[in-house]
Design a protein around this ligand. Structure first.
Ligand SMILES: [Zn+2]
Length: 104
């Protein structure tokens, strides 16, 4: 499994350092089982997965195996998808619900 963290994710991890442990635990769980744990998003976020760390606090990520299977890589904003292996997980966003989705 190849794991990538976006700058935004890394930044948020610092910002929410008080729950860093809970976040890291969740990240590990996602890496173990990315499809079972995530909830697929729709609309503009099609192809993305979200997983809640706690109530209203989300991790947003992409799993490249799924990007491709769905043929979503043409609409999903998965940069360099074709250069990544199938087993790549990209952690993109982290934060309270409205902020995690607030990227426009
Ligand atoms: Zn991808």
């Amino acid at each position: 499994m190849e794991i990538l963290f976006s700058d935004a994710f890394t930044k948020s991890l610092k910002k929410y350092s008080s729950i860093k442990k809970a976040i890291k635990k969740k990240v590990d769980m996602i890496i173990e089982n990315p499809i079972a744990l995530g909830e697929p998003l729709k609309g503009n976020f099609r192809g993305y997965y979200s997983c809640s760390v706690r109530r209203n606090f989300l991790i947003i990520y992409l799993y490249c195996k799924v990007c491709r299977k769905k043929g979503d890589n043409e609409i999903v904003l998965c940069s360099d998808c074709d250069k990544c292996s199938d087993n790549t997980i990209k952690f993109l966003e982290l934060g309270p619900h409205d902020q995690a989705y607030g990227k426009k």
